[in-house]
Design a protein around this ligand. Structure first.
Ligand code: ADP
Length: 635
């Protein structure tokens, strides 16, 4: 008996695509066929649970290359296929995965995204990417009837009786002729086979074997120039049990570290490894690692975040970005879930609810492990934060602080009075009675910040101050707004509210008295400052610049760096009413009102210099200073 049958139209389209595929990762055909073989063994094994005689003594998958005939065979002792199954499974696109693939195909083709093939798992048909003809020998455990299916992947296929001893399926691929671009003979090479199996199917739970060349032991009498003799041995290539499928307690730290180094090509042990085994509504295993040093390209646009994705031990995707939020982009690792389909597509992945759930759980897990590290191993956490803290800060700032509650207690920042960085809660705990707000100041480093004249009054009160040095810091603080009911307060913005009522009143009445002078200074500065006031924050310094609460000088600086020079903080020139300088200016103003513009400019430029901002007109400034010098020396 030999029957010829037509492929269905959509199957023809898929076959046509495979045959004419310019897809560069044709190699995935082996993964697909091995996965089918493994599923077939699963099914047989399942049947044997209720009917012992249906089982096999040993399950395995054999990959056999024959260079003479240019064939590659994938042989399993699984459940096999009946004639009806051959027609339904191989003659038709039955699977949802392939269907989905077809539905997306036109769209993808239009976009030239032929790359999606590898992410779909197009199953059996992928064989035609490398084979000009495929023969399937199969013997079903249900019927025991040996059958042969043959197809050249064109319009039709044939099914006929054949001889086959064992249950299961043997798929024989007659490789296509080599072309300039593709050397199909490669797939007959034992090293290539080993490589591909290790890359894609290492954790398939049945042994995958192939014939490998071994050197014979040399005959003692053999002459030196005699060629070494070889023989072939059957070898199991895959490691079968993935580390992440083992029981957590069985895996040593060393094993984890070695696995990380080998898999993610690092020469150092990871800073943190996390082992996740989850069983229940959603079953998955995951291994997560934080490298000791961030990848060199972590902050470049080319860097691709993501975890490796496996389903049932079969490798699907190298960088599944849906599994990790942006701010944890430095985390490496993998996820293996039986709840995801091998045939899942890129588009489906984004929508997949199980995947989203897994991603959420992993995010929580990572944050909770970091929290533990902060609590139990402070030194290590500080090391971690030095390398990656800025990512957490961005995470807190992103999406208008959507994640602030999860992240705020993982932030540590340097402070004026402590040697090591502090959490917000530690800061609050050390606040002396009477301190109502959490102070912060931005600058190059601790010393620079400590020397700022705006710091005077806060320091005098003995209050600690967070020292902000990262670009994102003030933006993060802005999003947080408060911690534990205490507002964040910049030392050079708004009213510090640190003076007594009497002190306040004294300054207010002096301000009233000197309003002409202050107005004259403001006027001569010609719109450069929003206001000129008598300072309520300076103690030793003569002048400083401050601004209203909200948008700050630091933010202005950061945005200017990001090519947004238009956002400006409104400057207020503060003069210390108790300083000699103020008294001198008062005098000067009283004797000759015309001089004020020169003094105003000098004070303003001093303020700019203190803030680390460029002065508007350095030539004029130095001229003014020189003139003053001469005057004072002449006196
Ligand atoms: P998928 O494996 O994703 O369902 P395929 O196109 O690869 O899609 O295969 C279609 C069907 O053919 C499989 O679902 C399975 O029922 C059957 N099949 C494929 N390979 C084998 C095999 N080696 N042994 C038994 N059945 C197989």
């Amino acid at each position: 008996m030999k029957e010829t049958m037509e492929f269905k139209t959509e199957t023809k389209r898929l076959l046509d695509l495979m045959i004419n595929s310019i897809y560069t990762h044709k190699e995935i055909f082996l993964r697909e066929l091995i996965s089918n073989a493994s599923d077939a063994i699963d099914k047989r094994h399942y049947l044997s649970l209720t009917d012992e005689k249906l089982g096999a003594s040993e399950y395995k998958i054999l990959v056999e290359a024959d260079k003479a005939t240019r064939t590659l065979s994938i042989i399993d002792n699984g459940i096999g296929m009946t004639k009806e199954q051959l027609v339904n499974n191989l003659g038709t696109i039955a699977r949802s995965g392939s269907k989905e693939f077809m539905d997306n195909l036109t769209d993808a083709q239009n976009k030239g995204e032929i790359d999606i093939i590898g992410q779909f798992g197009v199953g059996f048909y992928s064989a035609f990417m490398v084979a000009k003809e495929v023969e399937v020998y199969t013997k079903s455990i249900e019927t025991g009837e040996p059958l042969k299916f043959t197809s050249e992947g064109l319009d039709s296929y044939t099914i006929e009786s054949t001889e086959k001893e064992d249950y299961g399926t043997k798929i024989v691929l007659h490789l296509r002729e080599n072309t300039e671009d593709v050397n199909y003979d490669n797939y007959l090479d034992e090293y290539t086979i080993k490589d591909l199996v290790r890359k894609y199917s290492d954790y398939v739970r049945y042994p995958i074997q192939t014939w490998v060349t071994k050197y014979d032991k040399k005959d003692e009498n053999a002459k030196d120039d005699e060629e070494e003799k070889t023989h072939l041995e059957l070898e199991t290539i895959n490691s079968m049990i993935p580390l992440w499928k083992k029981n957590k307690s069985e895996v040593t730290d060393e094993e984890l570290n070695n696995f990380y180094k080998q898999k993610f090509m690092d020469y150092q042990d990871p800073l943190l490894s996390i082992f996740v085994n989850v069983e229940g509504m959603l079953t998955y295993n995951s291994l997560l690692f934080i490298p000791k040093r961030p990848p060199f390209d972590l902050y470049s646009e080319k860097y691709e975040k993501g975890l490796q994705l496996y389903t049932k031990g079969v490798f699907i995707l190298d960088k599944c970005k849906e599994l990790i939020p942006d701010y944890l982009r430095f985390v490496k690792g993998l996820v293996d879930s039986a709840d995801l389909s091998l045939n899942i597509s890129r588009e489906m992945l984004q929508e997949d609810r199980s995947l989203k759930k897994i991603a959420n759980n992993l995010e929580k897990k990572i944050l909770s492990e970091l929290g533990k590290m902060l609590k139990n191993d402070r030194e290590k956490y500080e090391e971690f934060f030095k390398e990656y803290g800025v990512n957490l800060k961005y995470g807190l700032y992103e999406d208008y602080g959507a994640k602030k509650d999860q992240l705020k207690d993982l932030i540590i920042l340097n402070t004026l009075n402590s040697e090591n960085p502090m959490t917000f809660s530690e800061y609050v705990a050390q606040m002396p009675e009477g301190q109502k707000e959490i102070y912060y100041a931005s600058g190059k480093d601790k010393t620079a910040v400590s020397n700022l004249p705006q710091m005077d009054l806060v320091k005098k009160q003995g209050y600690n101050v967070f020292v902000l040095t990262d670009d994102v810091d003030e933006f993060m603080i802005q999003v947080l707004a408060e911690y534990d009911g205490k507002k964040f307060k910049s030392i050079n913005q708004g009213d510090l509210n640190l003076l007594s009522d009497d002190e306040n009143k004294a300054i207010d009445s002096l301000k009233e008295e000197k309003k002409d002078l202050l107005a004259a200074i403001k006027e001569s500065l010609n719109g450069k400052v929003e206001d000129v006031v008598l300072s309520k924050r300076l103690v030793d310094g003569a002048v400083c610049l401050s601004c209203e609460d909200g948008f700050s000088f630091e933010m202005e600086r950061v945005l200017a760096h990001q090519n947004n020079p238009y956002a400006k903080a409104k400057k207020i020139l503060e003069i210390n009413p108790n300083h000699e300088v103020f008294k001198a200016i008062e005098k000067a103003y009283d004797s000759n009102k015309d001089n004020i513009s020169k003094y105003a400019n000098i004070l303003y430029n001093e303020g700019l210099l203190l803030e680390g901002m460029p002065i508007d007109n350095p030539v004029e400034f130095t001229k003014d200073i020189s003139e003053l010098l001469v005057n004072s020396i002449e006196k």
